[in-house]
Structure formats: C-alpha cells, structure tokens
Write a protein that binds this ligand. Structure first.
Ligand code: CO
Length: 140
C-alpha cells in the first residue's frame, strides 16, 4: 500500500531560519514552497532523493501548527506516506481501527490528494496519506 515516504514534516517557529540551516548544515535545497491559508500553515519542501523534508510554520496563532508549537515546541510533526490511492488507504486504516482526522481525502499541497489520521491509536505519530497529482483520478 505504501510506495514511499513522501515527506517527514518538522514544525518550526521561523521557516526562513530553518530553510537556511538545512541548506547550510545538510545541503538541502527548497524545491517547493506553498502557503495553505485555511490550514494556517506555510511549508517548504526540501528534496531528499525521491522524498522530502517538509518544514512547516504557522501563519496564524490559532492554527493547528501554532497550537502544536505552543504545546510541544519545534520538532517532528507528522510522517507523510505516499500511496497510490488515498481513499483506499484511508478506508483500510479506518477498518483497522485508526481514527481519521479527514473523513475523506482532500486537496493537499503540490496538487496532491491527502488525508490525515490521528496520532492517538497510531502509536503517537500523526500520519498523512499522500497521493501524488499525476495519480489522482487514475483509479477513481
Ligand atoms: Co504533510
């Protein structure tokens, strides 16, 4: 079901500072940058082979990422798993007892289709299912 680690997401206070550090310390370059206003998050995708490190920062104080940072500080936020069929993967997880945050797949950044699954019942890790753009609709 899982075809790749799509991204590892790390919550940071200062996106530009984090981007500079990843460039200087790890040689990782930004391949894509996007703001999702309704989620209150700005992201930078740094390419690592076929996967990404996703640095995320809050765009407003009441966004989920802002609350995460207030409660837990900077650090690992979620794992994005690449799948061929987001809806099928979500259904399988729910049938296995996982708690969905998104009841149905929805648009994500980079024209992906995504669904989040709650860390509770998933051994403490927020999980994102990511279906890439070129695969959207292929099986639907
Ligand atoms: Co993500």
């Amino acid at each position: 079901m899982l075809t790749e680690i799509d991204h590892v997401a790390i919550a940071v206070h200062d996106l530009d500072a984090a981007i500079a550090w990843y460039r200087d310390a790890l040689g990782a370059e930004v391949e894509h940058r996007e703001t999702a206003e309704h989620d209150g998050v700005e992201e930078a995708m740094l390419a690592v082979a076929d996967s990404y490190v996703q640095l995320i920062a809050a765009t407003r104080d009441d966004s989920p990422v802002a609350k995460f940072l207030q409660k837990r500080g900077e650090g690992l936020h979620h794992i994005g798993y690449r799948v061929d069929d987001c809806a099928a993967a979500l259904e399988r997880m729910v049938q296995a007892g996982a708690t969905p945050i998104d009841k149905a797949p929805r648009p994500g950044s980079r024209n992906t289709t995504i669904a989040f699954v709650h860390p509770k019942g998933a051994f403490g890790t927020l999980i994102e299912l990511v279906q890439e753009a070129e695969r959207v609709g292929s099986g639907a």
